[in-house]
Structure formats: C-alpha cells, structure tokens
Design a protein. Structure first.
Length: 212
C-alpha cells in the first residue's frame, strides 16, 4: 500500500478510502460504488471506476442526504481541460448553491484560455462571487488534487495540495460580484453538494468530520 508524502500536507493512502493519518475521525460520504446517501441530481452523475463524475453536458447539484453545520470535508478531484464544478456548502436542497447555500467553492481549471477574463472571485477555490482564492496551486489537468474545506460558523478555509488558498469570514463580505447578493451566505447548516456544470470532473475519497 503506497503512501504519498510531500508536497501533500497530509500523507495520502493511494489505494484506500483513507485520505490521511487521522482518517478514523472522518466518515465517507461517497462509497466508491454507487450514489447511496446522495440526493438531488442523481441522474446527472455517474460512478465510474470508483470515481464520482458529472455526466458530460449535464448539470445540477448532487447533495448529501445528511445536513451539516460545522465540518471539515476532504476530497480528491481531477479536472478535464476547462473543467468546471463546485462544492456546495450548507446547501438547502434547492436553488443555486452559490447564492441559496452558504457558498459554492469553485472547482475550476481557471488556467484554461476560456476563463482568461473571469472575475478573481471565480477562480478555483474561491467562495464564488464573494472571496477570491490564491491561484497557482492546482496540479496539471488530468492529475489528482487533494482539497480540504473547513467550515466553522461564518468562516471558511480552503486548503489545496497542502497550501491554504482561502481563509475568510463570509459575514464580513459587503461587495458581491455583479452586485448580486448571496442571501444564503449566513446559513448555519445545510447539505454538502457537488454543483455540476456540464463537465466530467472526477471526485473520489470524499470524507467528512463534524466539528462542534
């Protein structure tokens, strides 16, 4: 059983569902076999070779049946060229995750030429339309990335491949992209979801730990 070290901050077990040495504190959200425990856009996603993917040309939000307040979620994801998806945080089960939920954390190949003109609050790891993430820490397209998202109260932190790329308090956000407010940003609980945008972005090893 191979274990990857640097540049990951957490040692990653390659051929098991455990992502880190403290994995016994986490509960799997995706079993690698089917969509048990998930609701929403179940017809728009497919399980293939142990990964969870949005079907090409399809969209919609697939979300956990469980509801979470404060938590840490870990996952691996792999982007196709120009790939776009998102992690829905405290999603109510309907509406746009980026506005109806607390936020949508972008999963995006923002280095692709078609995204050259996007707002800084749309790059990978951003709290979509509200807080921009640092760029330059995605692995090349086609390689697996490791991401950890910590949600505590109104604060959200995103760590990508061992580097913190976002750490902010959504309650302090007063300016929104395109002047469109996000009414769900102050939600205290909701579902964890994947917001598909017609691209076969792959996910695996999705695990979560509740926080006080």
């Amino acid at each position: 059983m191979a274990v990857l070290g640097a540049p990951w901050q957490f040692p990653i077990v390659v051929n098991a569902g455990d992502l880190a040495s403290d994995s016994d504190q986490f509960t799997p959200l995706f079993n690698g076999k089917d969509l048990a425990g998930w609701s929403g856009a179940v017809d728009e996603y497919v399980v293939l070779d142990g990964t969870l993917r949005c079907k090409p040309g399809k969209s919609g939000t697939l979300y956990s049946r469980e509801v979470f307040g404060n938590f840490v979620v870990r996952m691996e994801f792999k982007l196709p060229p120009g790939g776009n998806n998102g992690v829905a945080i405290r999603y109510p089960g309907s509406g746009l995750p980026s506005s109806a939920g607390m936020c949508e954390i972008q999963i995006l190949d923002n280095q692709h030429p078609k995204y050259a003109e996007i707002d800084a609050r749309q790059v990978h790891g951003s709290a979509y339309g509200m807080i921009a993430a640092k760029t330059g820490f995605l692995r090349p397209v086609g390689q697996w990335n490791f991401q950890e998202i910590t949600v505590t109260g109104s604060r959200i932190k995103v760590e990508l491949n061992g580097t913190v790329i976002l750490d902010g308090d959504l309650s302090q956000v007063k300016e929104f992209m395109n002047d469109k407010e996000h009414p769900g940003k102050d939600r205290r609980e909701g579902h964890l979801g994947l917001a598909g945008h017609r691209d076969p972005v792959a996910f695996r090893n999705i695990v979560i730990k509740r926080l006080p």
